[in-house]
Design a protein around this ligand. Structure first.
Ligand code: CMP
Length: 159
């Protein structure tokens, strides 16, 4: 028994750092404009083709209180009221995605916040109408990805 414990410990030391490095998560919301236009399926296909694994997902309608809480970091910005109103206008799809270098790669896949500056082939270039109604959200750091994912999903809902 003691011998096996030692073997498991050694294997853990060899593989654990690699596993931690390789599994990286980000959080996304397909926003009400994209839902209303029927673009959820096409966006999920682009996410899938981009090599992201969905490890949590749900469709829901945010109250203005919950939308305000999620975007509290922007509370002092002039567009905060408009943002909260828009995000609580209709259903969204929230998801946690896994991929190596997930945060950075996902921001590349969605494109610039303002679709006028988004590159060809990005989700916002294809589906976003304006800086406010920009189809999709992606976390801007590993730390925020964890906070935002936990805002929507319990640990039991994250696979
Ligand atoms: P998102 O990536 O979800 O993070 C914050 C959101 O605020 C952003 O996408 C935009 O939808 C919104 N936003 C940022 N700048 C503006 C702006 N100037 N006017 C309206 N909405 C904005």
């Amino acid at each position: 028994m003691h011998k096996f414990n030692c073997i498991y410990k050694v294997l853990g030391l060899i593989f654990a750092p690699k596993i931690t490095k390789m599994t990286n998560r980000t959080f996304t919301m397909i926003k009400p404009d994209a839902t209303q236009k029927g673009n959820t399926g096409a966006i999920l296909e682009m996410i899938n083709n981009g090599g992201f694994r969905i490890v949590a997902m749900k469709m829901l309608h945010l109250s203005s209180e919950k939308a305000g809480e999620f975007y509290a970091v922007h509370k002092e910005r002039p567009f905060y009221g408009e943002l909260v109103e828009f995000m609580s206008r209709g259903p969204i799809t929230a998801a946690i995605l896994e991929k190596e270098n997930a945060v950075e790669d996902f921001r590349k896949l969605i494109g610039a916040t303002n679709p006028a500056n988004a590159e060809d082939g990005t989700i916002r270039k294809r589906f976003a109408a304006s800086i406010g109604e920009n189809a999709i959200h992606g976390s801007d750091s590993d730390e925020n990805a964890a906070i935002e994912g936990d805002f929507f999903f319990s640990k039991l809902e994250q696979f």
